[in-house]
Design a protein around this ligand. Sequence first.
Ligand code: AR6
Length: 175
Amino acid sequence: MPIDVIHADITRLTRDAIVNAANPGLLGGGGVDGAIHRAAGPALLEACRALPEAAPGVRCPTGEARITPGFALPARWVIHTVGPVWHGGDEGEAELLARCHRNALRLLRERKLRTIAFPAISCGVYGYPAAQAAAVAVATLRDALAAADDDDLAVTLCCFSDAMRAVFQHALNAA
Ligand code: AR6
């Protein structure tokens, strides 16, 4: 299966694209978002600022995705997506998280890119329980890859701790 799980710093990965777990403003933040902006350099912030606003201060509504160059990153592109804030699971969180993964993969394919790495979207500041997020990520990516029917696509799930890697690996093995 073209999905693998690793424990790594996503900013160090050489892929066609890495995914950023951003916020709707797309002007940087903490966590993986801050790390990606630091590693990419200030040109990334300028590229994000240049993206059109869907509403005041909103360049990427929750569940959607936007693409910019990777600038100083080893990855050529950054696909920014905004995961849901966890409110207990009854506010459409799973569908919004699935949309993040589907929309990121859609942008990858539209650009004729092949390799992509995802962080554990929403599993940090946004509070999504890791095991549930991992199940959504794996199921969504597996379905999207099957629908794409393209042997060249390769997806890495990049976890920032060994504990998170184990959770995502378990979801992959269970699916
Ligand atoms: N490489 C891979 N994963 C990382 C890295 C890294 N360098 N750094 C952190 N993680 P979070 P969210 C993991 O909080 O929950 C930001 O401020 C981290 O351990 O980055 O979607 C945005 O601007 C966790 O497992 O993203 C938003 O405001 C996972 O990445 C908000 O946080 C996601 O944690 C988004 O919250």
